[in-house]
Design a protein around this ligand. Structure first.
Ligand code: GLN
Length: 291
């Protein structure tokens, strides 16, 4: 390539490369990658477009752009994703935290009482549980997941969130992560809240997903089997044994699963079941109370 030495020129080059490779939102990704390389922010492009680029920065940027052209997710290149205003480490072993999931966390936070016990089923990166613990006081949380590799990421995130300034220091047992196929290895009971964003995409829909998701995110975190409802059925069936009376069960759901999950919860004896829409106006969260 012609070696551009100025910030904006390099950005425009990166954007064109990504666009030609069919990467969705090439402008945003080109900018984020350049900011990561140069330690700059979104203002730099406007305020200092002529900023000089060092050969080292240029080389790194070229490398990042080449990787992104292979449709490796942006977050796998950067190694982090922001969620609820907190920074979480991610890799190919966990689902990248989605903005949609903030809707679930915000709904739980409306009800969450200080000093409660929370269980996060299919915790992945731990983003849901750790956000809940960070934005509450004296709560304790257990995150379970079938994937050992995911739990390594969750534990690292636990240490990062623990290290953040927080009005009440976390105890040794504020958060625990446990390898478990749903509830199988869980001995603790009497949770006040169970939360879960389980895999909920029907197997038949997986081939239609974006390349970034289909080829680079863990299939284990996506595939909800035959009709996408497999894990809701199993979690709803067992959750009663792990919830206190009057405890609450919260799920993230796919846009077309509200009715089905509501019905499953009704059949299992949950009351006051509510379906909540996300900012796009789509069904996103279902919750109910264990009677
Ligand atoms: N709980 C994690 C998240 O919401 C992982 C969910 C999953 O793996 N299905 O990001």
């Amino acid at each position: 390539m012609n070696r551009p030495k100025e910030y904006k020129k390099l950005y425009l080059w990166g954007k064109e490369e990504l666009k030609a490779a069919g990467v969705p939102e090439p402008d945003i990704d080109a900018r984020y990658l350049l900011e990561a390389v140069c330690g700059t922010n979104r203002n730099t492009l406007l305020a200092d477009p002529g900023r000089k680029i060092s050969p080292c920065e240029e080389e790194k940027y070229q490398e990042y752009i080449a990787t992104r052209k292979k449709r490796i997710p942006l977050q796998h290149i950067l190694g982090v994703q922001e969620f609820m205003g907190l920074e979480f480490v991610v890799n190919e072993n966990v689902l990248i935290p989605r903005q949609d999931t903030e809707c679930l966390v915000e709904e739980v936070l409306r009800f969450l009482q200080d000093g409660s016990k929370i269980l996060d089923v299919c915790t992945g990166s731990g983003c849901i549980l750790l956000s809940l613990l960070h934005f509450s006081n004296y709560c304790k949380g257990v995150g379970i997941d079938i994937s050992k590799e995911a739990l390594t990421v969750a534990k690292e995130n636990g240490e990062r969130i623990r290290a953040l300034p927080h009005p009440n220091d976390w105890e040794e047992d504020t958060v625990t992560f446990l390898e478990s196929d749903l509830f199988e290895s869980l001995t603790e009971k009497d949770f006040d809240y169970i939360v879960s964003n389980p895999p909920y995409i029907a197997s038949s829909v997986i081939p239609e997903l974006m390349e970034e998701v289909r080829l680079h995110e863990p299939i284990l975190a996506l595939d909800g089997k035959e009709d996408g409802l497999h894990f809701y059925r199993r979690i709803i069936l067992n959750s009663r044994d792990y919830l206190k009376k009057e405890g609450m069960l919260f799920f993230e759901i796919g846009y077309d699963q509200g009715k089905a999950v509501r019905q499953l919860m009704e059949e299992a004896g949950y009351a006051e079941i509510t379906v909540v829409k996300d900012l796009a106006g789509l069904d996103r969260v279902v919750y109910g109370i264990r009677k």
